[in-house]
Design a protein around this ligand. Structure first.
Ligand SMILES: [Zn+2]
Length: 316
């Protein structure tokens, strides 16, 4: 009886979405949120966790997206089917008997790892086993991904999506506000820089002491404090698995803490010349902002050249 009711509910959702699809120019972000909320309605897993997992998996997916692809979560076969002898879409009860997490989300009685409803519903049901608190979700994610940075990123994306009630946060800003003097050139990969790394992993933007430094994108503060080379520095991760590193600061904007959300263009600190010594060391080189960009592909993180991005953000 319960199963039948659930099936009916699922079928109704499926039909409603099919109708929504027929409408032209439906904003794809809104479509996605609608999809997540349908799954939330039947699993009670808040939609923004599903959105965050999907965002993360889109970031690490190397296949080119199919046009209008909405769901990028790819549940590995061994998780989906468990020990089911044949790895083909099947009844969810059979899959469940063999320890797989694959479920039927669209009401066609088949748990299909290529169907977006089945994928989202299976993921939500997987999370649900652990419970609904933040800590429960974190534990579920850890047991699924076994990677600290992945769990942290997804939790941060969920926080951003929940805070702004949207899944695109694409506004950008040049780190130095208009009206201040500054100069920079492409120094990424140089043998030497005021960064203390083997090669220079960033762009140095020279400006006077106290010039405001702004976040270039929306994101969550992942790191803040002193480092022997970077001085006072702050690290912010955006929703595209990119880590923005701001170093040699004079100080931080008031009230910023690790875990806080920042918006593109928000002042996070000011230009200084801190670093190259114990906490508080300053003045060993001309004041500048060292801005570094790193990308996480789900396995490792690497530095890439921020210069072209800075040029683009500067023009806006
Ligand atoms: Zn630098």
């Amino acid at each position: 009886m319960i199963l039948k009711c659930l099936g009916l509910i699922l079928t109704t959702f499926f039909l409603l979405t099919t109708i929504a699809h027929a409408e032209e120019n439906v904003d794809i972000d809104q479509e996605k949120i609608t999809l997540y909320k349908q799954i939330e309605a039947i699993t009670f897993i808040p939609w923004y966790y599903l959105a965050a997992i999907n965002r993360y998996e889109a970031n690490i997916s190397d296949n080119n997206a199919v046009e209008n692809q909405r769901i990028f979560i790819s549940i590995p076969e061994e998780k989906w089917y468990g020990l089911t002898p044949e790895k083909v879409p099947a009844d969810e009860n059979v899959i469940s008997l063999f320890g797989g997490i694959g479920k039927d989300g669209n009401g066609d009685n088949m748990a299909d790892p290529t169907n977006e409803y089945d994928i989202l519903y299976s993921m939500a049901m997987y999370l649900q086993q652990y419970g609904y608190t933040k800590q429960d979700i974190r534990t579920a994610l850890w047991n699924y991904y076994h990677r600290e940075l992945t769990v942290l990123s997804i939790m941060n994306y969920a926080n951003l999506f929940n805070t702004y009630q949207k899944v695109s946060l694409d506004e950008t800003a040049f780190p130095i506000p208009k009206g201040y003097n500054y100069s920079y050139r492409n120094t990424w990969g140089d043998a030497r820089g005021f960064g203390g790394r083997r090669i220079h992993e960033g762009t140095d933007i020279f400006a006077g002491y106290g010039t405001p430094v702004r976040a270039t994108t929306f994101g969550v503060i992942e790191l803040k404090g002193w480092n022997k080379y970077g001085g006072w520095r702050i690290g912010i991760r955006d929703i595209y698995n990119r880590y923005h590193y701001y170093a040699h600061l004079n100080g931080f904007a008031d009230g910023l803490e690790i875990g806080d959300i920042v918006e593109a263009g928000q002042t996070i600190g000011s230009v200084g010349s801190s670093g190259y010594g114990p906490p508080g060391t300053s003045g060993k080189f001309p004041p500048h902002l060292h801005y570094g960009l790193y990308k996480d592909d789900g396995k490792s993180e690497w530095s890439f050249d921020p210069y072209p991005h800075l040029k683009r953000w500067e023009r806006k």
